[in-house]
Write a protein that binds this ligand. Structure first.
Ligand code: NAP
Ligand code: 3JN
Length: 334
C-alpha cells in the first residue's frame, strides 16, 4: 500500500487554493494530513476536504513542521518569504508564483513537456504561469516534430486569473451595468464588465507587460529552447474561467494542418476540437472544469509562401491545468 503524505496548501482560501484541495481529492492523492494556510483574515474559517472540515491556520514561519509537500499559491512575496522556511523544515515546495520560476536551480515543470527536470530540484519546484502552461501543452509536441522557431500569441484571459476578488468584481460590475448603475472598479486595472483590456500584470520598460514576457522566458525554459522567439499580447476578457489563446507558429520544417491534427490528437493533455462544419472549436465554457487543453481552428498561415506556418486557437482552464492540476501532477511525479 502506498504511503500517505502530509500536505500543506498555502493560500488555501484563494481561487487556486480551493482548486488544489479539490484536485487532490478528485485524483485520490495519498494525503495523510492536510494543513490549510492563509492570512489572518481567514483564521477561524473551515474548508471541506474528503467530507471533513479542516480549520484554516495563519501562515507562519513554523507552519511546515512535519509537512512533506507544500503547494503554494499565495502570491510571489509570500513564496519568497515563507518557502525558505518550508524547505528548511524538509518540505518540498511546489510554487505557483513567479518568485522562483527563472532561478537556475529551480525546475520549471509541465509534466507533459519536461517531467525529467523535476529530478534536479533542491527543495523548490516552480509551476509556470497559467498562460504559458496552456500554450506549451499543445505547442511542445508540434515543436518536437517540426522545430518551432517563432510564436506570435494573443491571449484572452478570464477574470478568475486575477483571483477570487476579480471573480466578484466581474459579477458585481455586470449586475450593476445591467441595472443601469455605475460599475465600481477596485481590483482589476479597468472595468471588466462588458469590456476587454490589454493589461495583465505590470508594464515593463519595453512596454510589454510582465505576463507577456513570461510567455517568452518561461516558454524557453520549459521547452529547453533558448532560441525560441515569442511576441505576445495579453488581454483580459469578461469570462469567469478558462483562458484562450490565438497562436501563430513558425517552424523550421513544413507542416500541414492535417499533420498538426494527427500530432495533437495523440498529444498528452490535449483534446483536439477542430470540426468547423459542426461548429466545434475551443471555447472557455467547454474548457472550464476540464484537465485537457482544447486545440482547434488549425489552419495554414496564408500570409506565407511556404508551408512552415500554422495558426490555431486554444482554450484551457487556468485554475486547473494552469495552476492547481499542474501542481498536483508535479506532486504525483515526486
Ligand atoms: P486569490 O484568490 O486572491 O487568493 C490568494 C490567497 O493567498 C488567499 O488564500 C489569501 O488568503 C492568501 N494570502 C494573501 N495574502 C496572504 C498573507 N499575507 N499571508 C498568507 N496568505 C495570504 O489568488 P489566486 O487566484 O488563488 O492566486 C494566487 C497565486 O497563484 C497568484 O498570486 C499567482 O501567483 C498564482 N496563480 C494564479 C492563477 C489564477 O488563475 N488565478 C493561475 C496561476 C498561478 P486570505 O483569503 O486569507 O486573504
Ligand atoms: O492574470 C492572470 O490571468 C494570471 C495571473 C497570474 C499571476 C497573478 C499574480 C501574480 C501570477 C503568475 O502566476 O504569474 C503572479 C506571479 O506570481 O507573478
Amino acid at each position: 500500500m502506498s504511503k500517505g503524505y502530509n500536505v500543506a496548501v498555502v493560500g488555501a482560501t484563494g481561487a487556486v487554493g480551493i482548486e488544489m484541495m479539490e484536485t487532490l481529492e478528485k485524483r485520490n492523492f495519498p494525503v495523510s494530513n492536510l494543513r490549510l494556510l492563509a492570512s489572518t483574515r481567514s483564521v477561524g474559517k473551515s474548508l471541506k476536504f474528503r467530507g471533513e472540515d479542516i480549520k484554516v491556520e495563519e501562515l507562519k514561519t513554523d507552519s511546515f513542521k512535519g509537512i512533506e509537500i507544500g503547494l503554494f499559491s499565495a502570491g510571489a512575496s509570500r513564496s519568497k518569504e515563507f518557502a525558505p522556511y518550508a524547505v528548511k523544515a524538509g518540505t518540498v515546495v511546489i510554487d505557483n508564483s513567479s518568485a522562483f520560476r527563472m532561478d537556475d536551480d529551480v525546475p520549471l515543470v509541465v509534466p507533459e513537456v519536461n517531467p525529467e527536470d523535476i529530478k534536479k530540484h533542491k527543495g523548490i519546484i516552480a509551476n509556470p504561469n497559467c498562460s504559458t502552461i496552456i500554450m506549451v501543452v499543445p505547442v511542445f509536441p508540434l515543436h518536437k516534430a517540426k522545430g518551432l522557431k517563432r510564436l506570435i500569441a494573443s491571449t484572452y484571459q478570464a477574470a478568475s486569473g486575477a483571483g477570487a476578488q476579480a471573480i466578484e468584481e466581474l459579477k458585481n460590475q455586470s449586475k450593476d451595468i445591467l441595472e443601469g448603475k455605475k460599475p465600481q472598479v477596485n481590483i482589476l486595472p479597468q472595468q471588466i464588465g462588458f469590456n476587454i483590456f490589454p493589461h495583465i500584470d505590470v508594464f515593463l520598460e519595453n512596454d510589454f507587460t510582465k505576463e507577456e514576457m513570461k510567455m517568452l522566458f518561461e516558454g524557453q525554459k520549459i521547452m529547453h529552447h533558448p532560441k525560441l522567439k515569442v511576441n505576445c499580447t495579453c488581454v483580459r476578457i469578461p469570462v469567469m474561467r478558462a483562458h484562450c489563446e490565438s497562436l501563430l507558429l513558425e517552424f523550421e520544417n513544413e507542416i500541414t494542418p492535417e499533420e498538426a491534427r494527427k500530432i495533437l490528437a495523440k498529444a498528452p493533455g490535449v483534446t483536439l476540437v477542430d470540426d468547423v462544419k459542426n461548429k466545434r472549436y475551443p471555447m472557455p465554457i467547454d474548457a472550464s472544469g476540464k484537465y485537457d487543453i482544447l486545440a482547434g481552428r488549425i489552419r495554414q498561415d496564408i500570409s506565407r509562401d511556404d508551408k512552415k506556418g500554422l495558426t490555431m486557437f486554444i482554450s484551457g482552464d487556468q485554475l486547473l491545468k494552469g495552476a492547481a492540476l499542474n501542481a498536483v501532477q508535479i506532486a504525483e511525479l515526486l
